[in-house]
Design a protein around this ligand. Structure first.
Ligand SMILES: [Zn+2]
Length: 421
């Protein structure tokens, strides 16, 4: 692949990181970052991001679902678009890069192409989705579901913690619920979708690799499980106890064991104990299960094993098990042509760095392999140069570098310290 567009420079990277810091200040929490769908903070970041999109030479608009969008025409008007982007909302006590980085990288990429004066044979569009995490209304991906045209009428009555319905939030944000369908894009208007995202696990970082290619999106199923026994005084003899929490604990470690053996991802992240008192045997426990695998059949086989094992455990302990699936999404394999293009792009950053003499002879010749091509030499060099700065950025709590911390007063930094506790 020839490099018609110059590789992203250190200066571009610095701008992107500074913008991540700027958006981190738009938070509903004074300690930590939280930015939810259709909130005042959502409106504020849309406004700022739209400004950066305009400055990059793009045409901007906010779609009918509150997603901030932009477009750069291709060689001729009306061409289908390659969509780039990610999300601007956050979970509670979030980091500053999840989602945000993908939007800001996309703006920089589009800006460089606009400035090159060499239009592409397709249009470029950016979508900064208003909701991916589902923090406010409990249903995820509202922004992209609107763009995909799979919005459900039943969502309008979802309510946030303050009792505000999705319909009311739409109106308060200046959107018309009746027009949400206008956000939907027809498949023939798009040629593909690409998203840069920070790694959601520690693997690349531990292997000292900056970049990797995602091969697919795991298929997920979520359940709400309820174990019911009998609440009783702590003096109840062992033979008479029907302890729902002890049963749930055995269920959870069994889920872990099965998932490890079967090569699945399983997370129990929510647990509620009733009546939740120190001297009362728990009569009921409610817990969540998030089950994922790259292949839907593997995931479903795993659930069958888990459900059978949990039923056994509860039968032995004279407990009742209820399982209720609350979410299901099929696994999606990423398009081979886009995976190949990204792998080639990563290789070209190494080649450029090698030509500039910034990389040792051992590096450029090696073929990177999916899913994790070697870290571009440019990044290795900048890390050497910026060791102290990076250490500071990553280790806000590190006692070794406390004195080196940036001055207090930046909301995001305070939040990061808190979220790492
Ligand atoms: Zn994300």
């Amino acid at each position: 692949m020839t490099t018609a567009v110059p590789s992203v420079s250190d200066a571009d990277a610095a701008v992107i990181l500074a913008r991540c810091d700027a958006l981190a200040r738009h938070s509903s929490l004074t300690e930590g970052i939280e930015r939810t769908y259709l909130s005042a903070e959502h409106a504020a970041v849309n406004y700022r991001v739209a400004g950066w999109m305009t400055a990059a030479g793009l045409t901007t608009w906010q779609d009918a679902a509150g997603n901030q969008c932009a477009r750069l025409s291709g060689r001729t008007r009306g061409l289908p678009a390659l969509l780039l982007g990610s999300h601007l909302d956050t979970v509670r006590a979030a980091g500053r890069y999840d989602g945000i980085l993908g939007v800001l990288v996309a703006i920089t990429v589009a800006g460089r192409i606009a400035a090159s004066g060499r239009p592409l044979p397709f249009a470029l569009e950016i979508a900064a989705f208003g909701d991916e995490e589902g923090t406010r209304f409990g249903t995820t991906l509202l922004g992209s579901r609107a763009v995909a045209g799979t919005w459900l009428e039943s969502w309008w009555d979802l309510r946030d913690e303050g009792g505000v319905s999705l319909r009311e939030a739409f109106l308060a944000f200046g959107l018309d619920p009746a027009k949400v369908g206008d956000a939907a894009r027809a498949p023939q208007e798009l040629v593909g979708y690409l998203e840069a995202h920070i790694e959601q696990g520690p693997v690349l970082e531990e292997e000292n690799r900056a970049l990797g290619v995602v091969t697919g999106i795991a298929g997920a199923r979520r359940f709400l499980l309820t174990v019911t026994g009998a609440a009783g005084h702590s003096g109840t003899p062992w033979s008479r106890r029907r302890d729902a929490l002890a049963g749930a604990a055995e269920c959870i470690t069994t889920i872990e064991r099965i998932a490890r053996t079967e090569g699945l991802t399983a997370t129990v992240g929510h647990l509620k104990v009733f009546p939740d008192a120190v001297n009362v045997i728990p009569g009921k426990v409610e817990f969540s299960l998030d089950l994922r695998a790259p292949d839907d059949a593997d995931r479903d086989r795993g659930w069958t094993l888990i459900e059978a094992a949990l039923t056994d455990i509860c039968a032995t302990r004279v407990l009742h098990l209820d399982s209720n699936q609350v979410h299901e999404a099929a696994a999606v394999a990423c398009a081979p042509r886009l995976r190949a293009a990204i792998a080639a792009g990563i290789r070209s950053t190494e080649a450029v760095a090698a030509r500039q003499g910034e990389v040792g002879s051992d590096s450029g010749a090696e073929e990177p392999t999916e899913p994790a091509p070697r870290e571009p030499a440019l990044d290795r060099r900048s890390r050497r140069d910026g060791d102290r700065r990076d250490h500071r950025r990553r280790h806000a709590l590190c006692t070794l570098c406390r004195r080196d911390q940036p001055p207090p007063g930046r909301v995001g930094d305070r939040g990061r310290r808190r979220s790492r506790r």
